[in-house]
Ligand binder design. Structure first.
Ligand code: ZN
Length: 352
């Protein structure tokens, strides 16, 4: 009898240990984001086949990204972004959701918000599966929406070094000259010269700069479709790049067209801020007619994973501006303007 009791006890202990250490990981099945009541965004992470408890979850909300770390889970079929559903009423503020298996039985979920950057607590609750509502078990995260005024946005946390990779994309190159001025100055040479100068200034300011090209080359290959060439440039940006800036010169059939302008992708809030700062600094240091900050669907902006702007330094088809754009002194001013804008973006130095 005692022996049988001991056997049972041993078995019980063994099962308990197995249950603790080797609990079957839950498999994530779906992530939904929706507007709860106008003030709160609710993120629901559904799962099946295992248990998630509060000790398995940690969250961090900073710089507009909610990081959710889930122990004892597998990303399952949502490991592909296409498996992630973002309901239409959240499209205004949820940009994308990324899931990654970062270690064995550990899943990282990143929810990228478009336009609110509150740092703060996230309310976590766990909901069991309900047969009546046909809902599976869920981790529920309630995030209070907080639209801060632009001038209160800060990304200057020195520990956030990963946010300081700046990608500079000198437009055109190699087989593609870009626009050509009346005396033969090429857009590809101006964009490269200014970008190389900006690379130096930014590096001296402590940024890590990645150039899509540093010489007169096609980044993909000569003669490929535009989208292939432009995607090759976008792909130069690591996933943790902070900013993507594409440098170009304008051109028009009428040689009196003149001035500078900067672009961002439509609805890209951070991109718009970057484009505005670049525009202000280019106007201040370059002094050309300011054609403004505009939204456009340029490939490198709509395909960048980080805030992006495309800048048109001036009209290379305008004789006066062609001459300026070809001058080293003027190029240096433009490079300084780019650097100032990046510094202001991160609220370092300068006024904003
Ligand atoms: Zn161009």
């Amino acid at each position: 009898m005692l022996k049988r009791f001991l056997t049972c006890l041993t078995l019980l202990i063994a099962l308990t240990i197995a249950g603790t250490v080797y609990a079957k990981p839950a498999e994530l099945t779906e992530i939904n984001a929706f507007d709860l009541n106008g003030d709160t965004v609710r993120i629901e992470i559904s799962y099946k086949g295992g248990q998630i408890d509060y000790r398995n979850i940690s969250t961090d909300l900073s710089s507009g990204i909610l990081h959710v770390e889930l122990d004892n889970t597998l990303p399952g079929r949502i490991s592909r972004v296409s498996g992630t559903k973002i309901e239409s009423d959240t499209k205004d503020f949820v940009e994308k959701i990324i899931t990654n298996k970062t270690q064995a039985n550990h899943t990282s979920v990143q929810i990228h918000f478009k336009s609110f950057v509150e740092r703060g607590d996230v309310k976590i609750s766990l909901e069991p599966a309900t047969r009546a509502e046909k809902k599976s078990a869920r981790v529920v995260l309630d995030v209070t929406k907080s639209l801060l005024p632009e001038n209160e946005w800060t990304w200057n946390d020195p520990t956030d070094a990963y946010q300081k990779i700046i990608v500079l994309d000198p437009g055109h190159g190699g087989s593609d000259s870009g626009a050509i001025g009346p005396t033969g100055v090429t857009e590809k040479s101006v964009s490269l010269a200014v970008s190389l100068m900006a690379e130096k200034l930014l590096t001296n300011s402590g940024y890590k700069v990645i150039m899509t090209r540093t010489t007169d080359i096609d980044v993909a290959a000569p003669g490929v479709p535009d989208s292939t060439e432009l995607q090759a440039r976008v792909d130069k940006a690591p996933p943790n790049a902070a900013l993507f800036i594409s440098v170009h010169c304008n051109a028009f059939s009428n040689s009196t067209s003149n001035g500078m302008e900067t672009f961002h992708a439509p609805t890209a809030v951070k991109g718009a801020r970057l484009a505005r700062l670049l525009n202000e600094e280019l106007e201040r240091l370059g002094g050309l007619n300011n054609r403004g900050v505009k939204a456009a669907r340029f490939y490198v902006m709509t395909h960048s994973q980080c805030p992006a702007s495309l800048i048109e330094l001036g009209f290379i088809t305008n004789p006066r501006e062609e001459k300026l754009l070809a001058s080293k002194d003027y190029q240096q001013k433009l490079a300084q303007a780019i650097t100032n804008a990046v510094n202001r973006y991160f609220n370092q130095g300068g006024i904003d």
